[in-house]
Design a protein around this ligand. Structure first.
Ligand code: CLF
Ligand code: SF4
Length: 495
C-alpha cells in the first residue's frame, strides 16, 4: 500500500509567545478564551468525551478524522429516502459502498488506517444497513478494535428500532457515542417516510409500523440518557413532510437529554432509485435548511458541520480517503504503531490553545472597533484542516462558511464545490458552479488564487483574498469584517 502519511504542511504553527503577548496587551475577555464548543462551555467529563470527536465537536472536526467500516449490510426498516444499493442516506451521501467487510477484515483495516492517518480518532459503524440490527457483526468488530486500539473512540449510528435490546452491551464495550436517526415524533408523519418495519419476526406497515418505531426510538433515547451515553440525533429534513415538524422533534430530543441534533437535507436524486427520488420529492435548499436550524435556537444544540458521509468513509469530515485503504491494499498482517497519532495529538493540544487565544483576541478587537449593530456577513474559507486558511482556491472540493458580526466568528455550514482546477487547468463550467455554490457569500479566503478565477469571482460580486494564507480562520475572518466596516484595510491585515 502507498505510504500516505498525512503531512502537516500548511498548518503553520503560530508563535505561542506572540499570542500570549497579544492577549496581555489587548486583554482576553473570557477566562478560558473559550470557543463556541470548547471546554469552557461544558462539564469537564463531557468535554473529555467530545474533544477529539469530529462529529460531536465543531472545533474537533478541524483536527480529527473518523473512519467507518461497512460491516452491517442488513436493515430492519425501509425509509423512503434509502436504496441500499447505495449507502445509508442517514449517514452517507449516495454512492455504492466499495466493499463490505467481515469483523476481522474491518479490525485489520482500522489498524492500517490508524498507522497512516495520525488524525484518526473515531471508528464509526454506520451501515450500509443498520448497525444495531446486525448486532453480532457490529459487536464483534468493536470488540476486536477495542482490544487492539483502546485509544480509538467507538461510535454507532442506528435507526433505534433494535437498540434497546443492546444498550447494556454498549457500556461494557466502552461506547459513549450513539447516533439515533429520528425523523418524527408523530407516527402520522412517519407513515409518509416509512412504508414498513421488521420487528419481532414480523413485518409491520402503515401507522402501526410508525408507532412501534417511534416508541422504540423514544425508549432508546431514555435508556441511553440513563446510562450517560452521549446521544446525537440525526434528522433528515424532507420539505412538505417533516420540515416544520422537526422543530417539535428538536424540543423533545432536548428534553430527553440528546447532546446534539443534526438536521440534514434530504438527498433524493432520481438516479439513486429511492421512493422519494422517483416521486420527485425535493430536498431543502441551503436557505431553507439554515432557516430551520436558526428556528431551533434555544432547543437542542445543533450540529452544522455534518458531511453526510459514506458508510465506508475515511479521513477528516469533507475528505474521503477510502480508496487508499481498500482491502487489497491492507496487508494480511498488520500491527498497531501509535507513534504518529501520539505525536499528532500532542501537537494539536498546543495548536488548539493558540487558536482559541487568537480567536479571542480577534473577537476583542472586533467588538472594540465595529458597531454593535453592524450587519453580519458570511465568509467562505478554503482549508485542508487545522483551523487555518491553507488551501489553494483551485484545489478546494468544499468551502467552510463562517458568519461574523460584532459578537465574533461562527462556523455555519459548508458548501461543496467540485475541484475547480484539474491538473493545473481551470475549467470554466466548474468555476461557474463554484460561483453558484457561493451565492450570498461576498468574500472567499484561500491560500492562493490565480488572476483568472479571481477576476471571474469579482465579476460575480465575490472578493477573493489570499493575504491571510496560513492564518487562523477566526483572526482572518475578523480582520476582513473590520476592514469592511470602516477600519483601514492595512490596519485590519496587520491586526
Ligand atoms: Fe460516523 Fe456518525 Fe459516528 Fe460521526 S459520521 S457514526 S457520528 S463517526 Fe458525522 Fe458523517 Fe455526519 Fe455522521 S459527519 S454523517 S454525523
Ligand atoms: Fe436505509 Fe438507514 Fe433507513 Fe435502513 S435506516 S432503510 S439503511 S436509511
Amino acid at each position: 500500500m502507498t505510504a500516505n502519511v498525512i503531512s502537516l504542511d500548511g498548518l503553520k504553527v503560530a508563535s505561542r509567545d506572540d499570542l500570549s503577548k497579544a492577549i496581555e496587551d489587548k486583554g482576553c475577555e473570557s477566562s478560558a478564551c473559550g470557543s463556541s464548543d470548547g471546554p469552557s462551555d461544558m462539564a469537564p467529563e463531557i468535554w473529555e468525551k467530545v474533544k477529539d470527536h469530529p462529529c460531536y465537536s465543531e472545533e474537533a472536526h478541524h483536527y480529527f478524522a473518523r473512519m467507518h467500516v461497512a460491516v452491517a449490510p442488513a436493515c430492519n426498516i425501509q425509509c423512503n429516502y434509502c436504496n441500499r444499493k447505495y449507502d445509508c442516506a442517514n449517514e452517507s451521501r449516495p454512492g455504492v459502498v466499495s466493499e463490505r467487510l467481515d469483523p476481522e477484515q474491518a479490525a485489520r483495516k482500522v489498524i492500517a488506517v490508524a498507522n497512516e492517518v495520525p488524525q484518526l480518532s473515531v471508528l464509526g459503524i454506520a451501515g450500509p444497513g443498520d448497525s444495531a440490527y446486525d448486532w453480532r457483526k457490529t459487536k464483534e468488530t468493536f470488540d476486536l478494535v477495542y482490544k487492539q486500539l483502546p485509544d480509538i473512540k467507538l461510535c454507532l449510528s442506528t435507526n433505534g428500532l433494535a437498540l434497546p435490546d443492546h444498550v447494556d452491551d454498549l457500556l461494557e464495550m466502552n461506547i459513549d457515542h450513539v447516533t439515533l436517526t429520528i425523523n418524527m415524533i408523530d407516527p402520522e408523519v412517519g407513515t409518509k417516510i416509512y412504508p414498513w418495519i421488521f420487528y419481532q419476526h414480523k413485518r409491520h406497515t402503515g401507522l402501526e409500523a410508525s408507532k412501534i418505531l417511534h416508541e422504540r426510538q423514544m425508549q432508546s433515547l431514555d435508556l441511553l440518557a440513563e446510562r450517560g451515553i452521549l446521544v446525537k440525533v440525526n434528522s433528515v429534513m424532507i420539505p412538505g413532510i417533516n420540515d416544520k415538524h422537526l422543530l417539535e422533534v428538536n424540543k423533545v430530543v432536548k428534553q430527553k437529554g440528546a447532546f446534539l441534533h443534526n438536521i440534514m437535507p434530504l438527498i433524493s436524486a432520481p438516479e439513486h432509485g429511492t421512493v422519494f427520488g422517483l416521486e420527485g420529492q425535493r430536498g431543502p435548499t441551503a436557505a431553507e435548511l439554515k432557516e430551520l436550524q436558526d428556528a431551533c435556537a434555544g432547543g437542542a444544540n445543533l450540529m452544522r458541520h455534518c458531511r453526510q458521509c459514506r458508510a465506508d468513509a475515511v479521513g477528516l469530515l469533507g475528505e474521503d480517503r477510502g480508496q487508499e485503504f481498500t482491502m487489497d491494499l491492507v496487508p494480511e498482517e498488520v500491527s498497531y504503531d501509535p507513534a504518529k497519532r501520539e505525536a499528532y495529538r500532542e501537537w494539536v493540544a498546543g495548536e488548539r490553545m493558540d487558536r482559541r487565544a487568537a480567536a479571542e483576541v480577534a473577537k476583542g478587537e472586533t467588538t472594540a472597533t465595529v458597531a454593535e449593530d453592524a450587519k453580519a456577513m458570511l465568509v467562505a474559507v478554503a482549508t485542508k484542516g487545522g483551523g487555518r486558511i491553507n488551501q489553494h482556491f483551485g484545489h478546494a472540493t468544499e468551502f467552510q462558511v463562517f458568519e461574523v458580526d460584532a459578537d465574533g466568528v461562527r462556523f455555519v455550514t459548508h458548501r461543496r464545490a467540485d475541484n475547480y482546477c484539474v491538473g493545473g487547468y481551470g475549467e470554466d463550467d466548474k468555476l461557474d458552479e463554484v460561483i453558484r455554490t457561493l451565492e450570498g457569500v461576498p468574500v472567499i479566503l484561500c491560500a492562493k488564487i490565480g488572476d483568472c478565477p479571481r477576476e471571474a469571482l469579482e465579476a460575480a460580486g465575490i472578493e477573493a483574498i489570499d493575504d491571510y494564507a496560513f492564518d487562523y480562520i477566526e483572526t482572518a475572518v475578523s480582520a476582513v469584517f473590520r476592514a469592511r466596516n470602516g477600519l483601514p484595510a492595512e490596519e485590519a491585515v496587520s491586526a
